[in-house]
Design a protein around this ligand. Sequence first.
Ligand SMILES: Nc1ncnc2c1ncn2[C@@H]1O[C@H](COP(=O)(O)OP(=O)(O)OP(=O)(O)O)[C@@H](O)[C@H]1O
Ligand SMILES: [Mg+2]
Length: 493
Amino acid sequence: MGASLTEVGSKLAGLLFIWGTIQQLFPQILCKRIESFWTRLENYFYPYVQITIDELTNGKNNEIYRHVDTYLGTKSVDTGAKYLKAEKCENSRSFAVILDEGEEIIDEFEGATFCWRSHNETYTITFNKQHREIVMGKYLKHVIEEGRAIEFKNKKQRIYCNDSTLTWWLRLNTMWKHVNFEHPATFDTLAMDPKKKEEIINDLIAFTKGKEFYSKVGKAWKRGYLLYGPPGTGKSTMIAAIANYLNYDIYDLELTSVEDNLELKKLLMETTSKSIIVIEDIDCSVDLTGKRKKAKKNKKKEETSDSESDSDSDSDSDSDSDSDSEGKKKLTLSGLLNFIDGIWSACGQERIIIFTTNHVDKLDPALIRRGRMDMHIEMSYCRYEAFKVLAKNYLGIDTHPLFQEIEPLLEEVNMSPCDVAESLIRKNTSGGIEICLNNLILALKDAKEKAIQEAREKEKQDSEQVKEEKPKKSKKLSTKLVRSYGRFKKIFR
Ligand SMILES: Nc1ncnc2c1ncn2[C@@H]1O[C@H](COP(=O)(O)OP(=O)(O)OP(=O)(O)O)[C@@H](O)[C@H]1O
Ligand SMILES: [Mg+2]
């Protein structure tokens, strides 16, 4: 009896085990079958994929969301979306129009259709799964680039300066101080030879479109311009015109406020792409031997203690200017050269470096060699073509009978565009165009007369100098003759 009970028990246990196994196995297989069937059914009735772009990712602003926002804002006009929001964006010249909550728009790209929906600070894009490759490979990239380009076009330009008066804790955050840049200069208002102007504009266009070229030839994407010429010929105005043309920010680097090479490097690292780094009057900022001139703030000190400054400058010239061998921190020419085209100079992309000077001959050739300063642009005195631009700007005229008189005078006289503009700017106060032009003619004649007088005086001075030197020479000759006569006498005595 006991044996038969044990047998029944073990058989029951076997049956329970098989039942458990069946229970475990079948639902999974069944579920999988149902699942795959459902997916097939879903794909058949709903063959779409959805991508979500949130405004915040890990608590930080999602850059892609912003670009999508801008892109869809501009698309909303063409697609006839009805529910929109207008927003004033920080650092933007105009307000932005974006999709309102729940609004949808349809966008098309390469024959594919995409449905965008704004919902709860999120954008969702829905598309047919057969367009997955287009979306991943091209479309999203296109949306981001377009959005970025629109933002760039609308952004307010800024001008930055390196401020040595910033306290050290503020400098930890940034070494540059900025204000909005609102200079009205453009290439249209810039008075210079039209061919030269066109050449510069073409060079700028080639540069901005040169991303692939620069990467192909293995060069950092940057370009250097040297602007040289007498005062008042439009060097600073040209910088403003370039910045406005490209919509770039300007970093106005005051070298005399830079402590040492390391600080220069830090300043460089804090500049952004699509910007112009300007060093004005470069010949006044850095000694051509590579030594740094005293910072402006130390000027007074120098004046009061001449002897101190003498010994200082001596020690400067004694030391090897391009090395920090004595552990002294300083800004050197080599530091500046590294700033322009050392490996660190490639820490940002699409950057322009501009130097200006009144004395190009004073600059170290290493500083302005091609490759560092790719284009040397001479800003010269106002000739007839440049004058016509100024006349158009200041007087609103293309031609005038008095131009015939002005043209030859401008070719003869060296007058800066700044001085020419000064005569033309008095249109309102002087009473009219003709009076302005006559004033200019008088100013040009005066300048011509002055130049002739100066030339005469110089000639006179030169001839007097020659006269003074002649008796000296003849005196020297006679003493020589006397001496040699003495020797001659000695020999034949
Ligand atoms: N080529 C120019 N075209 C239009 N305006 C000019 C030109 N040159 C000078 N001006 C006028 O003269 C003023 C002085 O010009 P700007 O400051 O550009 O000269 P600069 O060459 O930078 O002089 P500096 O060498 O003294 O710095 C400008 O405000 C501008 O109005
Ligand atoms: Mg200037």
